[in-house]
Ligand binder design. Structure first.
Ligand code: NAD
Length: 250
């Protein structure tokens, strides 16, 4: 059976781990030629062992020029680009009063400005291919989140950016959508200790999915991303798709 991404070229950022890794595997499994970008060189090497013909790009999303250069290089690797997943991201935990100007700048540069630089560099290629792009937001963008105000603010801006691009480029045939995962089992928060004086009540959500309080699987988000990138979603653009197992309902 033909794959949805046969003969298509897809760039996935943050592909060395978690949701990005699952997405790279999913797109490859459906026929795409995948370009995996990340700052984690060892992780990219490990992924290359699992995906035949994988191309990799090492870059630092905290550096805007490096992000733009990475994107430009991606368009050259297979002579064009059809799909992009802006997934690389960081999460930090802090009381609002303790977020330094440097913390704020780092959060915005990795989670927001890098997306801006990558998309701006890729619009000509996406116009050529009439391609599609998915950004990774978070339920925090909509609901807010205690002790990560800088993260929530960056993700909310990613949603606004994505919707604005969808309007601006609809007539050019480029689709832009955002996915807002709830809690997903990845290393993103690993090693972050709870704040000593945090109020746990502020972190409580009425989790409806009894039996899965630990969160979703990366592959479950990859499936949503693949749908939005694919022609199955040809009339879907400017959408924010929440994938949270009802964690935030109630
Ligand atoms: N896991 C969750 O619960 C969850 C929930 C909502 C949204 N998200 C979003 O999903 C996306 C993927 O997160 P994940 O959970 O898979 O995390 P992860 O930590 O498993 O993967 C993130 C990837 O981004 C890369 N990365 C981080 N900083 C980078 C930088 N400066 N330059 C280049 N690459 C960099 C990492 O090396 C890693 O491979 C993120 O944007 C995250 O905010 C995750």
């Amino acid at each position: 059976m033909a794959g949805r991404f046969d003969d298509r070229v897809a760039l996935v950022t943050g592909a060395a781990s978690g949701i990005g890794l699952a997405t790279a595997l999913r797109l490859h499994g459906e026929g795409a030629r995948v370009i995996a970008a990340d700052r984690d060189e060892a992780g990219l090497k490990a992924l290359a062992d699992r995906i035949s013909g994988l191309r990799t790009l090492n870059y630092d999303a905290a550096d805007g020029d490096a992000s733009a250069a990475m994107a430009a290089r991606a368009t050259e690797m297979f002579g064009g680009l059809d799909h992009v997943v802006c997934n690389a991201g960081i999460y930090r935990r802090a009381h609002f009063k303790d977020i330094s100007a440097e913390d704020w700048a780092t959060m915005l540069s990795v989670n927001l400005t890098s997306v801006f630089r990558i998309v701006q560099a890729l619009v000509p290629a996406l116009r050529e291919s009439r391609g599609s792009l998915v950004t990774l937001a978070s339920t925090a963008a909509v609901q807010g989140i205690a002790y990560a105000a800088h993260y929530a603010a960056a993700k909310a801006a990613v949603v606004a950016l994505t919707k604005s691009l969808a309007i601006e480029y609809a007539s050019a045939g480029i689709r832009f959508n955002a996915v807002a995962p709830g809690r997903v089992k990845t290393p993103i928060g690993a090693g972050l200790a709870p704040l000593g004086d945090q109020d746990d009540r502020l972190l409580t959500r009425p989790v409806k999915l009894v039996g899965r309080p630990e969160g979703g699987e990366p592959a479950e988000i990859a499936g949503v991303i693949a749908f939005l990138l694919s022609a199955d979603a040809s009339f879907v653009t400017g959408s924010l798709v929440v994938a949270d197992g009802a964690q935030n309902l109630g």
